[in-house]
Design a protein around this ligand. Sequence first.
Ligand SMILES: Nc1ncnc2c1ncn2[C@@H]1O[C@H](COP(=O)(O)OP(=O)(O)OP(=O)(O)O)[C@@H](O)[C@H]1O
Ligand SMILES: [Mg+2]
Length: 264
Amino acid sequence: MEKILKVEELKKYYPVKKGVFGRAAEFIKAVDGVSFSLLRGQTLGLVGESGCGKSTLARTILRLIDSDSGKIIFKGRDITALSHREIKSTRKDMQIIFQDPFNSLDPRFTVFGIVSEGLRNFSQKKSKKEIYQKVAKALEDVGLPRELLSRYPHEFSGGQRQRISIARALVLEPELLVLDEPVSSLDVSIQAQVINLLVDLQKKKNLSYIFIAHDLGIVRHICDQVCVMKDGKIVESGKTEAVFQSPGHPYTRTLLDSAPALPL
Ligand SMILES: Nc1ncnc2c1ncn2[C@@H]1O[C@H](COP(=O)(O)OP(=O)(O)OP(=O)(O)O)[C@@H](O)[C@H]1O
Ligand SMILES: [Mg+2]
């Protein structure tokens, strides 16, 4: 199977203290030599306590922030050092969904405005009708009727807003979705619906997912592989069932012991 993504020895340090001459004296090693690969159509789970570097890793992979060293190879192409102009064509192939659908949707725009934004940025040549069709289809894909296109974000529940965020990503026909705690802010009853939607979309569109979560029950349910992160490093990785059944690293055992069982 094709490796859609390969990350090699990726590092991102944040300066924390300024020493003399304004130079950084100390660093937070948010991502500290991370390597893994993801096969097309599969889901890789990223777990670890708050502050271990999961979101920084995600943003670095998407080139939303620049890495200090290491390599990001996406569809066989080294994208680590591409300029922001060069990365533009790759950018639509990798999309991110954030945890909080309340802050990630611009309240001034209608659903149509939000979902069509990427299309307008990436494909200026498309006619209005084409854009409308694509947006309506993306909305349908996430289980929302097109009649809602003229509504505003505040008119929706958390689960519906997260569906709109997913539609906004899908409209660009991405191949890799990074899901940064996509259901953590939702009611438990809604979480399962959104997770099931993501699983269905993956099957239908052969999407590859990086799935960041605190909830190990969900990770076990949907991830093919899992990476356990601690202090910017991956301390354990492998097939999900293997890691869950016989964790090799003491930190993984601690995480598993402290996880509540999840009814899914
Ligand atoms: N822009 C920044 N400047 C300085 N330090 C940062 C910045 N962003 C993150 N950090 C630090 O890097 C470390 C990793 O943060 P990150 O947000 O990646 O963790 P996380 O695993 O996503 O946590 P959570 O589970 O709470 O979302 C933390 O110590 C954080 O304080
Ligand atoms: Mg985070």
